[in-house]
Write a protein that binds this ligand. Sequence first.
Ligand SMILES: [Zn+2]
Length: 315
Amino acid sequence: MTRSSRIRRAALAAGACTAVAALLGGAAAAGAATPSPQAAPDIPVAAVKAHLDKLQSIADANGGNRAHGQPGYRASLDYLKGTLDAAGFTTSVQEFTSGGAKGYNLIADWPGGAEDATVLTGSHLDSVDAGPGINDNGSGSAGILEVALAVSREHLKPAKHLRFAWWGDEEDGMVGSRHYVDALGADSAKISAYLNFDMIGSPNPGYFVYDDDAKLEKVFKDWFAAKNIATEPETEGDGRSDHAPFKDAGVPVGGLFSGADYIKTAAQAKAWGGTAGKAFDACYHRSCDTSRNIDDTALHNHTDAIANAVWQLSS
Ligand SMILES: [Zn+2]
């Protein structure tokens, strides 16, 4: 997740009004009968962690980070691309320039499904310069990778087209995802939902659900409610991750977040466990954001919730 700034806080204030409007607009439709789609499989957290170990080893071999313009970023992208190609995805690499360096988005399409109602799931793959970026955002990147691999293993034949994306240079202000949305132009209307996952394994975790679109929010909230896990509306990351360019273009956005450098309250520690008075991720944007900076249970819960959303929204 990108660092907050006064400009982004202003954007957040403007965004809060549209979120309320979306909630009101969606309330009428909430009572409609929904079909019961095929259930998503359990996502093996050991497999997600194996991807995180791989990203850690890539950082270790490339100066300690996976940042935009650094060799660890491209090595991370090549690892994901090879894995997705082998699983039957159609992948492409979209280039852009930022800060004088070449940046790359990785796009992976699962063949089939209605492309005029594409469900797009994304995470930023770059770290900051300071460290390997395993929670921020190896966690989201590895989580959606394993969900994509589950789509392949289950030979899913969704009604709506499924696309997964890993964005470059998020940490300098969502540069890769903004480039993608700009290049889409009017085709952004073909994206029925954009789901964003930026930090989903925070070591002192929270469970925050994006409240930008009432229908998408409900899909996530219902899953956590069924597991007896309390959630709160996500506010720390508003306007600070890759959903922002999509939201600006009028695409319905949703997502999950386990917390960055905000401090866990006593009430939150009671609901979720962990330590009150301590940041959700004390290693946010630091060299200690390593493969040890992950809560396995939070990573597993969030990844299963992503799979459920991908299955439900594409059916
Ligand atoms: Zn970040």
